[in-house]
Design a protein around this ligand. Structure first.
Ligand SMILES: NC(=O)c1ccc[n+]([C@@H]2O[C@H](COP(=O)([O-])OP(=O)(O)OC[C@H]3O[C@@H](n4cnc5c(N)ncnc54)[C@H](OP(=O)(O)O)[C@@H]3O)[C@@H](O)[C@H]2O)c1
Length: 332
Protein backbone atom coordinates (compact mmCIF):
# COMPACT_ATOMS: atom_id res chain seq x y z
CA UNK A 1 0.00 0.00 0.00
CA UNK A 2 1.09 3.60 -0.70
CA UNK A 3 2.51 5.28 2.40
CA UNK A 4 1.98 8.84 3.54
CA UNK A 5 4.22 10.99 5.72
CA UNK A 6 2.60 13.53 8.00
CA UNK A 7 3.29 16.09 10.66
CA UNK A 8 6.19 17.58 12.54
CA UNK A 9 7.31 14.13 13.67
CA UNK A 10 7.37 12.86 10.02
CA UNK A 11 5.09 9.95 10.78
CA UNK A 12 4.88 7.34 8.05
CA UNK A 13 1.67 5.29 7.72
CA UNK A 14 -0.25 3.27 5.15
CA UNK A 15 -2.46 5.64 3.13
CA UNK A 16 -5.66 4.01 4.40
CA UNK A 17 -5.92 3.25 8.11
CA UNK A 18 -8.42 1.30 10.19
CA UNK A 19 -11.00 2.93 12.44
CA UNK A 20 -11.50 0.46 15.30
CA UNK A 21 -14.48 2.19 16.92
CA UNK A 22 -17.24 -0.03 15.43
CA UNK A 23 -15.67 -3.06 17.11
CA UNK A 24 -16.63 -1.74 20.56
CA UNK A 25 -18.66 1.48 20.36
CA UNK A 26 -21.23 3.63 18.57
CA UNK A 27 -22.88 0.89 16.52
CA UNK A 28 -25.19 -1.90 17.78
CA UNK A 29 -23.54 -3.88 20.56
CA UNK A 30 -25.44 -6.99 19.41
CA UNK A 31 -23.37 -6.90 16.21
CA UNK A 32 -19.98 -6.67 17.89
CA UNK A 33 -17.91 -9.79 17.37
CA UNK A 34 -14.71 -10.02 19.40
CA UNK A 35 -12.83 -12.75 17.55
CA UNK A 36 -13.79 -11.47 14.11
CA UNK A 37 -12.67 -8.00 15.14
CA UNK A 38 -9.28 -9.40 16.14
CA UNK A 39 -8.96 -11.05 12.76
CA UNK A 40 -9.98 -7.79 11.09
CA UNK A 41 -7.16 -5.92 12.83
CA UNK A 42 -4.63 -8.59 11.74
CA UNK A 43 -6.02 -8.38 8.22
CA UNK A 44 -5.57 -4.59 8.17
CA UNK A 45 -1.92 -4.91 9.22
CA UNK A 46 -1.34 -7.63 6.60
CA UNK A 47 -2.75 -5.29 3.94
CA UNK A 48 -0.55 -2.35 4.98
CA UNK A 49 -3.27 -0.39 6.84
CA UNK A 50 -0.86 0.31 9.67
CA UNK A 51 -2.70 3.18 11.37
CA UNK A 52 -5.10 1.77 13.96
CA UNK A 53 -7.34 4.51 15.32
CA UNK A 54 -8.94 4.01 18.73
CA UNK A 55 -9.79 6.00 21.89
CA UNK A 56 -9.90 5.23 25.58
CA UNK A 57 -13.63 6.07 25.54
CA UNK A 58 -14.51 3.43 22.90
CA UNK A 59 -16.12 0.70 24.98
CA UNK A 60 -15.16 2.47 27.21
CA UNK A 61 -11.68 0.93 27.39
CA UNK A 62 -12.52 -2.38 25.67
CA UNK A 63 -11.43 -1.17 22.23
CA UNK A 64 -7.91 -0.42 23.50
CA UNK A 65 -7.88 -3.79 25.32
CA UNK A 66 -8.80 -5.54 22.08
CA UNK A 67 -6.02 -3.77 20.16
CA UNK A 68 -3.59 -4.62 22.96
CA UNK A 69 -4.10 -8.31 22.17
CA UNK A 70 -2.86 -7.68 18.63
CA UNK A 71 -0.13 -5.20 19.52
CA UNK A 72 1.39 -7.63 21.99
CA UNK A 73 2.31 -9.78 18.99
CA UNK A 74 2.70 -7.21 16.20
CA UNK A 75 3.73 -3.84 17.61
CA UNK A 76 6.26 -3.21 14.84
CA UNK A 77 3.62 -3.51 12.10
CA UNK A 78 1.25 -0.99 13.64
CA UNK A 79 0.94 2.76 14.09
CA UNK A 80 -1.07 3.29 17.28
CA UNK A 81 -3.38 6.28 17.32
CA UNK A 82 -5.51 6.78 20.43
CA UNK A 83 -7.36 9.64 22.13
CA UNK A 84 -7.80 11.19 25.56
CA UNK A 85 -10.12 13.76 27.07
CA UNK A 86 -13.62 12.28 27.13
CA UNK A 87 -15.09 10.28 30.01
CA UNK A 88 -18.11 8.04 29.59
CA UNK A 89 -20.79 8.08 32.30
CA UNK A 90 -24.04 6.13 32.52
CA UNK A 91 -26.03 8.53 30.36
CA UNK A 92 -23.53 11.16 29.34
CA UNK A 93 -20.01 11.93 28.13
CA UNK A 94 -17.94 14.66 29.79
CA UNK A 95 -14.65 16.28 28.87
CA UNK A 96 -11.65 16.16 31.20
CA UNK A 97 -8.57 18.07 30.09
CA UNK A 98 -6.90 18.49 33.48
CA UNK A 99 -3.14 17.80 33.25
CA UNK A 100 -3.13 15.25 36.10
CA UNK A 101 -5.96 13.33 34.49
CA UNK A 102 -4.22 13.33 31.09
CA UNK A 103 -1.05 11.89 32.63
CA UNK A 104 -2.99 9.09 34.37
CA UNK A 105 -5.10 8.37 31.30
CA UNK A 106 -1.99 8.00 29.15
CA UNK A 107 -0.45 5.45 31.52
CA UNK A 108 -3.74 3.53 31.55
CA UNK A 109 -3.93 3.53 27.72
CA UNK A 110 -0.33 2.27 27.50
CA UNK A 111 -1.22 -0.61 29.83
CA UNK A 112 -4.37 -1.56 27.92
CA UNK A 113 -2.62 -1.30 24.57
CA UNK A 114 0.27 -3.44 25.87
CA UNK A 115 2.86 -1.07 24.49
CA UNK A 116 5.39 1.39 25.89
CA UNK A 117 4.71 4.17 23.37
CA UNK A 118 1.66 5.64 21.61
CA UNK A 119 2.50 6.87 18.10
CA UNK A 120 -0.21 9.55 17.92
CA UNK A 121 -1.95 10.82 21.06
CA UNK A 122 -4.99 12.91 20.22
CA UNK A 123 -7.00 15.29 22.35
CA UNK A 124 -10.48 13.93 21.59
CA UNK A 125 -12.26 17.18 22.53
CA UNK A 126 -10.94 20.23 24.38
CA UNK A 127 -12.38 20.66 27.88
CA UNK A 128 -14.35 23.94 28.10
CA UNK A 129 -13.36 24.20 31.79
CA UNK A 130 -9.58 23.97 31.17
CA UNK A 131 -7.50 26.26 28.91
CA UNK A 132 -6.52 24.06 25.97
CA UNK A 133 -2.89 25.18 26.34
CA UNK A 134 -2.77 23.50 29.78
CA UNK A 135 -4.07 20.20 28.44
CA UNK A 136 -1.75 20.38 25.44
CA UNK A 137 1.20 21.22 27.69
CA UNK A 138 0.58 18.03 29.65
CA UNK A 139 0.42 16.07 26.41
CA UNK A 140 3.71 17.65 25.27
CA UNK A 141 5.32 16.45 28.51
CA UNK A 142 4.28 12.92 27.56
CA UNK A 143 6.21 13.30 24.30
CA UNK A 144 9.27 14.49 26.22
CA UNK A 145 8.88 11.51 28.58
CA UNK A 146 8.95 9.12 25.59
CA UNK A 147 5.43 7.80 26.22
CA UNK A 148 4.00 9.41 23.09
CA UNK A 149 5.60 10.18 19.72
CA UNK A 150 3.31 12.91 18.36
CA UNK A 151 0.18 14.90 19.19
CA UNK A 152 -3.12 15.28 17.36
CA UNK A 153 -6.34 17.23 17.87
CA UNK A 154 -9.90 16.05 17.31
CA UNK A 155 -12.11 18.63 15.61
CA UNK A 156 -15.12 20.13 17.35
CA UNK A 157 -18.01 18.04 16.03
CA UNK A 158 -20.97 19.06 13.86
CA UNK A 159 -23.30 18.47 16.81
CA UNK A 160 -21.67 21.14 18.98
CA UNK A 161 -23.32 24.55 19.19
CA UNK A 162 -21.72 27.26 17.09
CA UNK A 163 -21.60 31.04 17.19
CA UNK A 164 -24.20 32.50 14.80
CA UNK A 165 -22.73 32.67 11.29
CA UNK A 166 -19.65 30.61 12.23
CA UNK A 167 -18.46 27.88 9.88
CA UNK A 168 -18.19 24.29 11.07
CA UNK A 169 -14.43 24.34 11.65
CA UNK A 170 -13.85 27.91 12.89
CA UNK A 171 -13.68 26.79 16.54
CA UNK A 172 -11.27 23.95 15.72
CA UNK A 173 -8.93 26.28 13.84
CA UNK A 174 -8.91 28.68 16.80
CA UNK A 175 -7.91 25.78 19.08
CA UNK A 176 -5.21 24.67 16.63
CA UNK A 177 -3.69 28.17 16.52
CA UNK A 178 -3.54 28.15 20.33
CA UNK A 179 -2.00 24.71 20.82
CA UNK A 180 0.57 25.27 18.06
CA UNK A 181 2.09 27.95 20.33
CA UNK A 182 2.77 25.24 22.92
CA UNK A 183 3.86 22.17 20.91
CA UNK A 184 3.56 21.19 17.21
CA UNK A 185 0.36 19.53 16.02
CA UNK A 186 1.12 16.46 13.90
CA UNK A 187 -2.44 15.54 12.91
CA UNK A 188 -6.03 16.70 13.04
CA UNK A 189 -8.95 14.28 13.01
CA UNK A 190 -12.27 15.38 11.54
CA UNK A 191 -15.13 14.03 9.47
CA UNK A 192 -14.50 14.08 5.72
CA UNK A 193 -16.50 12.18 3.12
CA UNK A 194 -18.43 12.59 -0.12
CA UNK A 195 -21.51 13.60 1.86
CA UNK A 196 -19.66 15.68 4.50
CA UNK A 197 -17.04 17.68 2.60
CA UNK A 198 -16.98 20.79 4.89
CA UNK A 199 -13.37 20.17 5.99
CA UNK A 200 -12.22 21.01 2.45
CA UNK A 201 -13.19 24.68 2.96
CA UNK A 202 -10.80 25.75 5.72
CA UNK A 203 -9.58 22.88 7.92
CA UNK A 204 -7.76 20.77 5.34
CA UNK A 205 -6.13 23.87 3.76
CA UNK A 206 -4.95 24.84 7.27
CA UNK A 207 -3.34 21.40 7.64
CA UNK A 208 -1.81 21.42 4.17
CA UNK A 209 -0.19 24.80 4.70
CA UNK A 210 1.61 23.45 7.80
CA UNK A 211 2.36 19.83 6.82
CA UNK A 212 -0.13 18.63 9.43
CA UNK A 213 -1.75 15.25 8.77
CA UNK A 214 -5.51 14.92 8.37
CA UNK A 215 -7.17 11.75 9.67
CA UNK A 216 -10.48 11.56 7.81
CA UNK A 217 -13.06 10.15 10.23
CA UNK A 218 -16.33 8.64 9.03
CA UNK A 219 -15.12 8.48 5.39
CA UNK A 220 -17.92 6.04 4.57
CA UNK A 221 -20.66 8.23 6.03
CA UNK A 222 -21.19 5.80 8.96
CA UNK A 223 -21.76 3.07 6.39
CA UNK A 224 -24.32 4.93 4.24
CA UNK A 225 -21.95 5.57 1.33
CA UNK A 226 -21.23 1.84 0.97
CA UNK A 227 -24.71 1.25 -0.43
CA UNK A 228 -25.26 -1.70 1.92
CA UNK A 229 -27.86 0.04 4.11
CA UNK A 230 -31.56 0.11 3.21
CA UNK A 231 -33.82 3.13 3.90
CA UNK A 232 -36.20 2.26 6.72
CA UNK A 233 -34.18 -0.75 7.90
CA UNK A 234 -34.08 0.75 11.41
CA UNK A 235 -31.24 0.76 13.91
CA UNK A 236 -31.00 -0.68 17.40
CA UNK A 237 -31.41 1.90 20.19
CA UNK A 238 -27.69 1.87 21.09
CA UNK A 239 -26.62 2.57 17.48
CA UNK A 240 -25.67 6.23 16.94
CA UNK A 241 -27.56 6.15 13.66
CA UNK A 242 -30.87 5.63 15.51
CA UNK A 243 -30.65 9.35 16.45
CA UNK A 244 -28.66 10.67 13.47
CA UNK A 245 -30.70 13.08 11.31
CA UNK A 246 -29.36 11.56 8.07
CA UNK A 247 -30.48 8.04 9.03
CA UNK A 248 -34.22 8.53 9.26
CA UNK A 249 -36.01 6.46 6.61
CA UNK A 250 -36.95 9.68 4.83
CA UNK A 251 -33.43 11.11 4.71
CA UNK A 252 -31.86 7.79 3.73
CA UNK A 253 -34.27 7.65 0.81
CA UNK A 254 -33.63 11.29 -0.09
CA UNK A 255 -29.86 10.71 -0.14
CA UNK A 256 -29.95 7.62 -2.38
CA UNK A 257 -28.81 9.63 -5.46
CA UNK A 258 -25.41 10.00 -3.75
CA UNK A 259 -25.01 6.22 -3.43
CA UNK A 260 -26.28 5.74 -6.98
CA UNK A 261 -23.59 8.13 -8.24
CA UNK A 262 -20.84 6.27 -6.37
CA UNK A 263 -22.16 3.00 -7.80
CA UNK A 264 -22.05 4.38 -11.37
CA UNK A 265 -18.43 5.42 -10.89
CA UNK A 266 -17.58 2.03 -9.36
CA UNK A 267 -19.02 0.17 -12.35
CA UNK A 268 -16.73 2.07 -14.72
CA UNK A 269 -13.76 0.54 -12.86
CA UNK A 270 -14.97 -3.07 -12.95
CA UNK A 271 -17.68 -5.29 -11.58
CA UNK A 272 -15.82 -5.97 -8.33
CA UNK A 273 -15.26 -2.32 -7.48
CA UNK A 274 -17.68 -1.06 -4.80
CA UNK A 275 -19.22 2.30 -3.84
CA UNK A 276 -17.25 2.07 -0.56
CA UNK A 277 -13.98 1.93 -2.49
CA UNK A 278 -14.96 4.90 -4.64
CA UNK A 279 -15.90 6.87 -1.50
CA UNK A 280 -12.48 6.09 0.03
CA UNK A 281 -10.55 6.84 -3.18
CA UNK A 282 -12.30 10.22 -3.31
CA UNK A 283 -11.23 11.03 0.27
CA UNK A 284 -7.65 9.86 -0.42
CA UNK A 285 -7.51 12.11 -3.47
CA UNK A 286 -8.31 15.26 -1.45
CA UNK A 287 -4.63 15.74 -0.59
CA UNK A 288 -1.31 14.16 0.34
CA UNK A 289 -1.96 14.90 4.00
CA UNK A 290 -5.17 12.88 4.13
CA UNK A 291 -5.39 9.43 5.72
CA UNK A 292 -8.91 7.98 5.74
CA UNK A 293 -9.70 5.80 8.77
CA UNK A 294 -12.71 3.75 7.66
CA UNK A 295 -14.34 1.94 10.55
CA UNK A 296 -14.90 -1.79 10.14
CA UNK A 297 -15.03 -4.94 12.20
CA UNK A 298 -15.23 -7.54 9.44
CA UNK A 299 -12.25 -8.93 7.58
CA UNK A 300 -14.14 -8.68 4.32
CA UNK A 301 -14.67 -4.92 4.67
CA UNK A 302 -11.09 -4.34 5.81
CA UNK A 303 -9.72 -6.12 2.74
CA UNK A 304 -12.05 -4.21 0.44
CA UNK A 305 -11.21 -0.86 2.04
CA UNK A 306 -7.45 -1.39 1.95
CA UNK A 307 -7.69 -2.20 -1.77
CA UNK A 308 -9.24 1.23 -2.39
CA UNK A 309 -5.73 2.69 -2.00
CA UNK A 310 -5.02 1.37 -5.50
CA UNK A 311 -8.11 2.87 -7.14
CA UNK A 312 -7.42 6.00 -9.21
CA UNK A 313 -10.45 8.12 -10.03
CA UNK A 314 -10.52 9.78 -13.45
CA UNK A 315 -11.48 13.39 -14.21
CA UNK A 316 -14.82 12.04 -15.42
CA UNK A 317 -15.34 10.24 -12.08
CA UNK A 318 -14.44 13.35 -10.09
CA UNK A 319 -16.77 15.52 -12.17
CA UNK A 320 -19.59 13.05 -11.58
CA UNK A 321 -19.01 13.05 -7.82
CA UNK A 322 -18.75 16.85 -7.76
CA UNK A 323 -22.14 17.00 -9.51
CA UNK A 324 -23.93 14.84 -6.94
CA UNK A 325 -26.61 16.59 -4.86
CA UNK A 326 -25.56 17.77 -1.40
CA UNK A 327 -26.63 15.52 1.46
CA UNK A 328 -29.95 16.22 3.14
CA UNK A 329 -30.36 16.05 6.92
CA UNK A 330 -28.04 17.75 9.39
CA UNK A 331 -27.44 18.32 13.11
CA UNK A 332 -28.17 22.08 12.75
N1 LIG B 1 -12.74 11.90 16.44
C1 LIG B 1 -14.03 11.65 16.44
O1 LIG B 1 -14.83 12.35 17.06
C2 LIG B 1 -14.54 10.49 15.67
C3 LIG B 1 -15.90 10.33 15.51
C4 LIG B 1 -16.33 9.23 14.80
C5 LIG B 1 -15.41 8.37 14.27
N2 LIG B 1 -14.08 8.54 14.45
C6 LIG B 1 -13.07 7.61 13.88
O2 LIG B 1 -13.35 7.40 12.52
C7 LIG B 1 -13.46 6.00 12.27
C8 LIG B 1 -14.45 5.77 11.17
O3 LIG B 1 -15.73 6.27 11.48
P1 LIG B 1 -17.01 5.34 11.59
O4 LIG B 1 -16.55 3.97 11.81
O5 LIG B 1 -17.94 5.96 12.54
O6 LIG B 1 -17.69 5.53 10.16
P2 LIG B 1 -17.36 5.04 8.67
O7 LIG B 1 -15.96 4.62 8.55
O8 LIG B 1 -17.85 6.11 7.80
O9 LIG B 1 -18.35 3.78 8.51
C9 LIG B 1 -18.23 2.65 9.31
C10 LIG B 1 -19.37 1.69 8.99
O10 LIG B 1 -19.26 1.27 7.65
C11 LIG B 1 -19.29 -0.16 7.57
N3 LIG B 1 -18.33 -0.56 6.54
C12 LIG B 1 -16.99 -0.37 6.55
N4 LIG B 1 -16.45 -0.78 5.39
C13 LIG B 1 -17.47 -1.25 4.64
C14 LIG B 1 -17.53 -1.81 3.34
N5 LIG B 1 -16.45 -1.93 2.57
N6 LIG B 1 -18.75 -2.19 2.87
C15 LIG B 1 -19.86 -2.07 3.62
N7 LIG B 1 -19.86 -1.52 4.86
C16 LIG B 1 -18.66 -1.12 5.37
C17 LIG B 1 -18.89 -0.65 8.93
O11 LIG B 1 -19.51 -1.89 9.14
P3 LIG B 1 -19.02 -2.96 10.23
O12 LIG B 1 -18.91 -2.18 11.50
O13 LIG B 1 -20.11 -3.95 10.24
O14 LIG B 1 -17.73 -3.53 9.81
C18 LIG B 1 -19.39 0.46 9.85
O15 LIG B 1 -20.74 0.20 10.19
C19 LIG B 1 -13.87 5.41 13.62
O16 LIG B 1 -13.56 4.05 13.73
C20 LIG B 1 -13.06 6.26 14.57
O17 LIG B 1 -11.75 5.74 14.64
C21 LIG B 1 -13.64 9.60 15.12
Amino acid sequence: MERRTIGAAALSVGAIGLGCMPMSWAYSTSRQRGEESLRAVHRALDAGSSLLDTADMYGPFTNELLLGRVLKERRADAFVSTKVGLLVGDQHIVANGRPGYVRRACDASLRRLQTDVIDLYQLHRADPEVPVEETWGAMAELVRAGKVRALGLGAVGARSSRRPGARLHDATIRQLERVQQVFPVSAVQAELSVWSPEALETLLPWCEARGVGFLAAMPLGNGFLTGTLTPGQGFEADDLRARHPRFTAEMMAANQPIVAGLRRVARRHGEHVTPAQVALAWVLGRGRQVIPVPGAKRERWVTENAAAAGLRLTDEDLAEIAGLPPAQGSWD
